[in-house]
Design a binder for this molecule. Structure first.
Ligand code: SAM
Length: 317
């Protein structure tokens, strides 16, 4: 389906829960409290009906996310059923990796083709600090499990945080030499509750290029990342700049939250509810949401926070 600005919307991100087994400081509050009733959240059947309605409008790619999607008990079944919907060509998943030792194989068998894993630091103490409760070794065990399961593609995502991991850019980028992975650096977005961070924490993607002068540009793969490669690397470096160089005109995605709201733009308060609707109702609502997709997400910086009205764990990154 084409939005009002002529963009073909083919990609839906589905948050299956806003709960998480970590508490990343830029993503969610320390208590992690989910204030919604269970009855307000999308059921598995509703999620699948939403996928069917979206596929009937031209969505071909899904990314399953959260919160942490792997804490959802029926995650394998959701992925299997979503991957089987007619018109869906690719199901990908974003995870912190902690539960991959148990779930990597079942997810691969269920039809998940690609994984994005989140990792902001290679330092054990800093990992424990930024995630508030996480252990780096659990991430590393998850990464091993992902390789063993044989996904088509594995990408590692780091949120760039000035004063926290800007001194680790070279080390993180070095993962592309050690493993067949893409390493992506994402500018930190000032969300509703990211009050722990002052202006200095929001640094532009160009810092990565400053730290890696030997990186050479490589052709765009159709995604939103600017791509580079280090000599001798097995994967690319991706730079994602929602803040300093937004890519709204190329945005082909919509988001479905765990409580059933379609967000046509990550940083807009506009939401269209699918909860409780049947296939036809969902399809009509999706059409309206896509048609009204905003043309850009507005200024974002330490002084201009996202207008989403939710933290990332409640939207789905
Ligand atoms: N729990 C999963 C994970 O850790 O990957 C999936 C959900 S998490 C919300 C998805 C991605 O959003 C993660 O890579 C996370 O780092 C990113 N993210 C969360 N808050 C962000 C922010 N304020 N700015 C940029 N990226 C953010």
């Amino acid at each position: 389906m084409i939005d009002r600005l002529g963009c073909n919307i083919t990609y839906m991100r589905i948050s299956v829960t806003d709960k998480c087994n970590l508490r990343c400081r830029y993503c969610m509050p320390e208590d992690g409290v989910c204030k919604k009733d269970h009855a307000d959240m999308m059921t598995e059947n509703e999620i699948i009906t939403a996928v069917e309605a979206a596929a009937s409008l031209g969505i071909t790619k899904l990314r399953i996310t959260g919160g942490e999607p792997l804490v959802k008990k029926n995650i394998v079944s959701i992925c299997r059923r979503a991957a089987a919907v007619e018109g869906i060509k690719e199901v990908c998943l974003t995870t912190n990796g902690v539960l991959l030792p148990e779930l990597a194989k079942p997810l691969k068998e269920a039809g998940v083709k690609r994984l994005n894993l989140s990792l902001d630091t290679l330092d054990r103490e800093k990992y424990a600090y930024i995630t508030r409760i996480g252990k780096l070794d659990h991430f590393l065990a998850g990464l091993d499990a992902a390789f063993e399961a044989g996904f088509e593609k594995i990408k590692i995502n780091a949120v760039l945080i000035g004063g926290f991991n800007d001194d680790e850019i070279r080390q993180l980028a070095g993962l592309t030499k050690q493993y067949p992975v893409d390493m992506r650096f994402i500018e930190m977005m000032p969300m509703y509750d990211s009050g722990d961070f002052d202006e200095k924490a929001f640094i532009p993607y160009t810092r990565v290029l400053d730290a890696l002068p030997e990186a050479v540009p490589v052709p765009h793969d159709g995604g939103v990342a600017k791509l580079y490669r280090l000599p001798g690397a097995q994967g690319n470096i991706g730079l994602i700049s929602p803040v300093s160089a937004h890519f709204c005109s190329e945005c082909n995605r919509i988001r479905l939250t765990a409580d059933g709201k379609i967000k046509p733009c990550l940083h807009s308060a506009d939401e269209y509810s699918l909860k409780g609707l049947d296939f036809d109702g969902m399809k009509k609502t999706l059409e309206e949401a896509i048609w009204n997709k905003p043309s850009w997400h507005g200024d974002l910086d330490a002084l201009h926070r996202s207008q989403a009205g939710r933290n990332m764990n409640q939207i789905g990154g």
